[in-house]
Ligand binder design. Structure first.
Ligand code: NAD
Length: 368
């Protein structure tokens, strides 16, 4: 008999093409009329367009969102919101911009709307990662859940195909870890499986034809589903490894997810049979880890952490950090197994077949 707890979402979601035209109505539906638009320095053109759509509902634009949500930038954005007498926030961008919006919303209590332009999924989660003094802390805070998310596929058309590929793999990582989450529930499992199906079809199609709006829409749909899973159930070894690598070596977020995912799937395979069967439906192949490795390579994703700038000397340090804080994973996490996994990911080797064996003993493991 099934037994589970499911947490529902409170965020209003509008999805389609051209949906940004209705943004003003969404601001007004929240009873607001002075939006501070947030973006990165690279997305000021999109922010200007949104400002035009909002017209008199715009209080100003803050264009300094940065990776890893530095608290110093958040402080400036809070000052900008107060100076402009803003009564709501509109984030136009990926995880970096939406992270800033969450951080400002937490400090000001302002309602937060977003127009996501990548597949990172932050808009659907109560997770806030912030950086201060080089240290990144991540918290789950219901207060940072967004009020409204307007997905407009048109805004994703400028995402270069190689960025779409790694961003999509980042979304697939949320889905994979939701399939075997400790607090997983039937809805999350169904949602994660649908996300994998959508992204498995859409990402290669975007690489073949970057102007394929149907594929772009399918990828964004998959990203919404994957983000929803990330927001409702807990993650495991994969997200822990990527968090450590991003925090310690400043590796790029989506690319790191793309490299690490097949290796964690290999390690977790014997402890997550239902998840592996579902991954196999989305990505058929002899084994899910190998299928993911081939899929990621096929859409041009990086395969080696060394190519992302990680020093080989960092492998042992990263393994120590991954196992330092106790956290849940379907298969118990052993330092030597993590070191082995990281060494393969660093070198760009295929995921270990030996690690997928129930009898795998990482303390004496030879590399398969
Ligand atoms: P990002 O927001 O940093 O965007 C990457 C770059 O692409 C930026 O320069 C951005 O301006 C540009 N860009 C974004 N969309 C574009 C588009 N449509 N066209 C052209 N350029 C575009 O990257 P990301 O991968 O979306 O987010 C990564 C960050 O989000 C990390 O800091 C990560 O920790 C965080 N994140 C948080 C959560 C959460 O739930 N809190 C979830 C996922 C990611």
């Amino acid at each position: 008999m099934k037994s589970f707890v499911h947490r529902g979402q409170i965020t209003k979601v509008v999805f389609g093409s051209g949906t940004r035209a209705g943004l003003g109505g969404e601001v007004e539906a929240l009873g607001r009329g002075r939006a501070l638009v947030l973006c990165t320095p690279g997305q000021t053109a999109q922010a200007r367009e949104v400002r035009g759509i909002l017209g008199a509902l715009t209080a100003g634009v803050f264009d300094q969102a940065a990776a890893h949500t530095p608290v110093a930038v958040t402080g400036k954005a809070v000052d900008a919101a107060r100076a402009a007498d803003a009564d709501c926030l509109v984030s136009v961008g990926g995880g970096s911009t939406i992270g800033l919006g969450k951080a400002v919303a937490l400090r000001t209590g302002l309602p937060h709307l977003a127009l996501p332009t990548t597949y990172a999924g932050s808009e659907m989660t109560p997770i806030l990662g912030e950086t201060q003094g080089g240290v990144k802390t991540t918290r789950r805070l219901p207060e940072v859940l967004l009020d409204t998310v307007v997905y407009d596929v048109d805004l994703t058309l400028t995402l270069p195909p190689h960025v779409a590929a790694v961003s999509g793999l980042n979304a697939m990582a949320h889905a994979v870890e939701s399939l075997y989450a400790q607090d997983g529930d039937p809805l999350a499992f169904l949602t994660a499986g649908e996300a994998l199906d959508a992204l498995a079809v859409a990402l290669p199609a975007i690489l073949r034809d970057p102007a394929d709006t149907e594929a772009r829409a399918t990828a964004l749909y998959g990203a919404w589903l994957a983000g929803t899973c990330l927001g409702t159930v807990g993650m495991a070894l994969h997200h822990k490894v990527c968090h450590v690598l991003g925090g310690s070596f400043d590796l790029p977020h989506a690319q790191t997810h793309a490299v690490v995912l097949p290796h964690v799937i290999a390690y977790n395979a014997p402890a997550a049979e239902a998840a592996m069967a579902r991954i196999g439906r989305a990505l058929p192949g002899p084994d899910p880890a190998g299928a993911f490795f081939d899929f990621a390579g096929g859409i041009g994703a990086p395969r080696a952490l060394r190519d992302l700038g990680m020093p080989e000397s960092g492998i042992a340090e990263a393994a120590d950090l991954v196992v330092r804080d106790g956290y849940w994973n379907p298969r118990p996490v052993h330092r030597d197994a993590v070191r082995d996994l990281l060494r393969r990911a660093w070198a760009g080797e295929p995921p270990s077949r030996a690690a997928s064996d129930r009898s795998y003993d990482p303390t004496g493991a030879r590399h398969a």
